[in-house]
Design a protein around this ligand. Structure first.
Ligand code: ZN
Length: 312
């Protein structure tokens, strides 16, 4: 049976004020259902990213501010979580999970982080439930390791299909030609001041399956023309689903699954390993968000099997 390594930090649960809109419970629900329903999943506990790893992207002042709680109150308000040691630890481990998923993707073809996709985090500040930018730190670390071992530049595409723009990621890699940032997002949705990704696809409110999949096809074609990645980091946000409170799009279950299948297929055809992070999901019913994400993992597991069954 094919294996798919999945990294988690679900033991760090933030205690949020009553009525807080972040669905902290989704990670444990997702983990439980993964074990029960997706054969081949091998869970691994995420290690915390070190200061040195975080500093590949983040400023020393921001890293220490998050670590000891001295970070500006305004920055914490923009992140949207109250500061606690558990919050800081969880943020580090979420980065560590994406790092591990990248390493495992090189070995197994496909691997994942149960959390992560914290794309609103900039070098010197967080925002929108994002503390550190996991995909950005993992990208820079994988590139540093490739330079050391192969003396080569590792080209990475970050395919961000969370419904919100990956503004932090876009800004971090604005002047970096070795990382291609693709973001497909609701034009009128948060963040209201957007950054320039290498490729931005703005979607109208109420966008449905057909239009969405057509736009995705065009985006992948353009990515193909402009860039040749050797690793894909896929942010598979569940928030384009029609049952999402914050998404403003109207994708069905089938539409989301077709989206995931298209991304994994695109990468598989080119034999590009995929590390996946979950990114956002704010279903009116938390079960719907978990369902969307389980569906994504089931597609991912099918592609892990293809990788591992190919003739060598
Ligand atoms: Zn989102």
């Amino acid at each position: 049976m094919a294996r798919m390594r999945v990294f988690y930090a679900t033991q760090f649960v933030l205690s949020l004020p009553a009525g807080h809109r972040f669905p902290m419970g989704k990670y444990q629900l997702l983990r439980d259902r993964l074990v029960a329903e997706v054969p081949g999943v091998r869970l691994g506990q995420a290690l915390p990213a070190s200061d040195g790893e975080l500093a590949l992207v983040h400023t020393p002042a921001y890293i220490s501010g998050i670590s000891d709680g001295s970070v500006d109150a305004k920055v914490m308000r923009e992140i949207g979580f109250p500061w606690s040691e558990a919050m800081a630890e969880r943020a580090r481990r979420s980065v560590g999970a994406t790092i591990s998923a990248c390493r495992s993707a090189f070995a197994d073809g496909v691997a994942a982080n149960i959390a992560g996709g914290t794309h609103h985090a900039y070098a010197d500040k967080g925002g929108g439930f994002c503390v550190f930018n996991d995909a950005a730190v993992a990208s820079r670390l994988m590139q540093a390791e490739a330079r050391r071992s192969q003396r080569a530049t590792l080209r990475i595409a970050i395919i961000d299909l969370d419904v919100h723009q990956g503004n932090g990621t876009a800004r971090i890699f604005r002047d970096d030609e070795s990382v291609f940032t693709l973001s497909m997002h609701g034009q009128k949705n948060f963040p209201f001041r957007k950054e320039a990704s290498d490729l931005d696809v703005n979607l109208p409110d109420g966008c449905r399956d057909d239009d969405y999949l057509h736009a995705l096809e065009g985006a992948l074609d353009e990515l193909d023309r402009r860039f040749e990645p050797r690793l894909v980091i896929y942010l598979a946000g569940a928030d384009p689903h029609e049952g999402d409170r914050l998404g403003r799009l109207k994708l069905t279950w089938d539409g989301l699954e077709a989206r995931d299948r298209r991304v994994f297929d695109w990468a598989w055809q080119r034999r590009i390993p995929v590390a996946m992070a979950m990114a956002g999901g704010y279903g009116t019913r938390i079960e719907d968000t978990v369902q969307a994400q389980i569906n994504t993992f089931k597609v991912a597991a099918q592609y892990a099997a293809r990788w591992q069954n190919q003739p060598r």
